[in-house]
Design a protein around this ligand. Sequence first.
Ligand SMILES: NC(=O)c1ccc[n+]([C@@H]2O[C@H](COP(=O)([O-])OP(=O)(O)OC[C@H]3O[C@@H](n4cnc5c(N)ncnc54)[C@H](OP(=O)(O)O)[C@@H]3O)[C@@H](O)[C@H]2O)c1
Length: 295
Amino acid sequence: MEYVTLSNGVRMPMLGYGVYQVSREECERCVLDALGAGYRSLDTAQSYYNEEQVGSAIQKSGIPRQDIFLTTKVWVEHYGYDAARASVLDSMAKLQTDYLDLVLLHQPFADYYGAYRALEDLYREGQLRAIGVSNFYPDRLVDLASFARIRPMVNQVEIHPYHQQEEAKHWMDKYGVQAEAWAPFGEGRGGLFQDPVLTAIGQKHGKTAAQVILRWHLQRGVVVIPKSTHPERMQENLAVFDFTLGEEEMAAIAALDKKESAFFSHQDPNMVEWFVQMVDRRKTRQDSTGEPKNW
Ligand SMILES: NC(=O)c1ccc[n+]([C@@H]2O[C@H](COP(=O)([O-])OP(=O)(O)OC[C@H]3O[C@@H](n4cnc5c(N)ncnc54)[C@H](OP(=O)(O)O)[C@@H]3O)[C@@H](O)[C@H]2O)c1
């Protein structure tokens, strides 16, 4: 495993296991398989509705809590100081832990300043080892990093070979914010796993396109949290520390950038309206279906 040292000195594994779209029924088994394969970093969120299953898998694994880097994210309906603070304590109870390694604000909407202040206080009290944000594009990241008391240590955004986020990464680097890729494979959209450039590079190294993608992220200094429900793929996705991409190979992958999201833009006002309506629906308990793709 390779590690990165965050701006506050905390060491974070460069490769972890994400549990978005892992059902409650499968989640405990998947996390146990991932820990068994050797993953020691887990990425969940309040909005994934599987924190309890992640917590019970950690307990059942018998792996000491301090050996696991555990991340969760605060969802928008819990924004504002008091609600965010209460929601993090609730997440800790669900995850059966008395501290978290990293807590992120999941989206850059609503009262994220209030929510962030709650994270700052929990961090100062020693309940969180690191704090950060997700889906904060450069304008909002620079704003928060400038006016918050504690700069976010991590920003988790969509990054993959078809959406490389060079500009966003530039601003994260400038403010000392570690870039973390969600959907490091872009969920395979646009035929990424079959991309001829990636498969050809893989053949040279005896690796799959998926492994080449993860290696590319790591060599760019981007933390990755690939998701798979299949144990053999979990192992495949971990076996990326025994080869190196050359400069020409990195350049060939850089040339694949389409510079646009494979999902949606958080800066599209229509999407912001969609999020607002979704939060409202949930508040009135009307929403249990039609959940959004990729958050
Ligand atoms: N902060 C945010 O807003 C946000 C948004 C999205 C995701 N995330 C986080 O990022 C994590 C990863 O993103 P993601 O799950 O959306 O997408 P992803 O990791 O890019 O892709 C997952 C997809 O790739 C498949 N896959 C995994 N390994 C493979 C391999 N070696 N070969 C072929 N196919 C493979 C998986 O299928 P199987 O499962 O069937 O193997 C699944 O369909 C999430 O779990 C979550 O923790 C955060």
